[in-house]
Design a protein around this ligand. Structure first.
Ligand code: SF4
Length: 515
């Protein structure tokens, strides 16, 4: 799993292993590379260098990301349940963890070791699950909270297998155990055999063994240098894992960096790099750009002659709808699957033809699946008349999902889907403002057109935080006062999204009339 040594993440770094100082070069050198550090180095030597020598340059981990890490930890612990008779190496101190692992390896009554720790040739690993197999051999199992097998897991398992084998154990196989998104939880005890899927990756892991020693050597040599590797940010910064040093590396680039062009492909970006062009304003006129990219390059306010007509196509009463949703890696509600989208809140500002606006809202805070309460109350609020203004395709897919889940509501939900009117799509085709910086997200469009109406006065400022806070209300152990405070913050956040659409329509109408 992608976890640090002590499991506590403060920054997007992996440098939490014991370190030894080297007075000659005054660099903080790790005694050995962890699996996470090795993977950082595979992605980018500069990332590993900064991880070790300048971890403070990384972006702080926010609650949303921390929540994802916590979810991964929860999945990892749950996976232990698939291996009865297993023992956990929980020691924080490295030498104690190594000794504890060695004792468990010798104890044949232990069927599996969780977090088994090994050090070999400059590498330290903690294996999620090491299962005792036939004839004194072992199976190495990496646990992932994803729902499919990803290429990056091969390197992760390979470095672990390298250290395990180097420490003298014989491996009979390597696997990835990930969540199965086809598993339908029926209530009561989770069926762990169904919740997890195991995939054999022995061939891929073996194929990577020969390259590991020189890769580790190259990383160690790079880390001993006083010079930060000269590596330019580009598509590799996000793959396979988003790099926490991106903001730091981005600082060396122009404010209007070509990488920020909307939906720029790596191929087009590298073509511009090859031409020595870093700033959008330096792109030659004959360089092929998409319509959205060209608008960002032109960088002036632009309005299509059809904007007025498009805005007038709306039918009154105009509903302005926004949902908040969340997903649980491990299902907790009967008849749901891992990562199934669940809708816990809606907000609807209803504007009448005479300009009056009223607000309706709902948040479900019971401990049961919120979807049905949300669907029923929303359909009542939407009624049968008028357009339903949304800002993206998200509400459409969410409504469609609710229709599939509740067949008795499907006909009414389909009628509501037929009334959707996507303001973001209209803006994307008919209006551009330089402050958009190529983005058409509500959080960017709103302050560009209505500087007084932002999100920074709210406690919850984005959908990720909303899901995180909702999880606390429903599953966290918090006081009634804190619950009420979070509920109020959630209601304000969702209300801001729908009020934003009312105001954006008004401002755009004014602009189109005065054009
Ligand atoms: S942002 Fe990119 S270039 Fe900079 S350290 Fe991270 S991966 Fe390397």
């Amino acid at each position: 799993m992608w976890t640090s040594w002590n499991g506590s993440f403060k920054k997007w770094t992996t440098s939490s292993f014991p370190a030894t100082s080297y007075p000659r070069c005054r660099l903080r050198m790790p005694a050995s590379l962890s699996a996470s550090q090795f993977l950082s180095g595979l992605q980018c030597h500069k990332r590993l260098y900064l991880d070790i020598h300048s971890p403070d340059l990384a972006t702080e981990i926010d609650d949303v990301l921390q929540g994802r890490f916590d979810m991964g930890t929860e999945v990892g612990i749950l996976a232990h349940g698939r291996f009865p008779g297993g023992a956990l190496v929980a020691d924080r101190d490295l030498s104690q963890a190594l000794e504890h692992t060695a004792r468990l390896v010798q104890d044949s009554s232990v069927r599996a070791i969780f977090e088994a720790t090994f050090e070999f040739n400059g590498v330290i690993v903690k294996v999620d699950i090491l299962e005792r197999a036939q004839n004194g051999t072992w199976n190495l199992i990496e646990v992932k909270s994803a729902t499919d097998l990803k290429d990056e897991y091969f390197d992760d398992a390979a470095i672990q297998a390298y250290a395990v084998k180097g420490a003298g154990l014989q491996l009979s196989g390597a696997s990835v155990m990930h969540l199965n998104n086809k598993y339908v939880y029926e209530g009561g005890e989770l069926d762990l055999a169904q919740l997890f899927t195991v995939k054999n990756i022995t061939t891929e892991v073996n194929a990577r063994q020969a390259a590991i020693p020189h890769r580790v050597e190259a990383m160690v040599a790079m880390l001993a240098s006083n010079v930060v590797p000269s590596i330019e940010p580009d598509g590799h910064c996000d793959a396979p894992y988003p790099c926490g040093f991106f903001s730091h590396c981005r600082k060396a680039k122009p404010a209007r960096w070509v990488y920020d062009l909307p939906r720029i492909t790596e191929k087009k970006f590298q073509k511009l790099v090859g031409l020595g062009i870093e700033c959008i304003d330096d792109i030659p006129e004959n360089f092929k750009l998409s319509v959205a990219q060209q608008r960002m390059k032109t960088n002036i306010e632009w309005m299509s002659p059809d904007l007025k007509f498009e805005l007038e196509s709306v039918r009154y009463p105009v509903h302005h709808l926004d949902f908040e949703t969340f997903m649980l890696a491990i299902p907790r509600y009967p008849m749901t699957t891992p990562y199934q989208k669940l809708t816990f809140q809606w907000s609807n500002h209803i504007e009448m033809e005479d300009g009056t606006v009223r607000h309706e809202k709902c948040i479900s805070t019971s401990r049961k699946d919120p979807d049905e309460e949300i669907a029923v109350t929303l359909l009542e609020s939407l009624g049968k008349e008028g357009s339903i203004c949304v800002f993206s395709n998200y509400e459409k897919t969410t409504l469609a999902g609710l229709g599939e889940k509740f067949p008795h509501l499907k006909p009414m939900i389909e009628l509501a889907i037929g009334r959707l009117w996507d303001l973001q799509s209209i803006i994307g085709k008919h209006y551009y403002h330089p402050a958009f910086n190529g983005s058409f997200s509500l959080k960017v469009v709103l302050p560009a057109l209505m500087p007084a109406l932002k999100y920074d006065d709210l406690e919850i400022q984005n959908g990720g935080q909303a899901s995180q806070q909702y999880y606390k209300i429903v599953f966290g152990e918090i006081s009634a006062i804190e619950t009420e405070s979070i509920k109020s913050a959630l209601l304000k956040y969702c209300e801001r999204d729908t009020w934003a659409m009312v105001e954006l329509r008004r401002v755009l109408r004014q602009k189109s009339y005065s054009a």
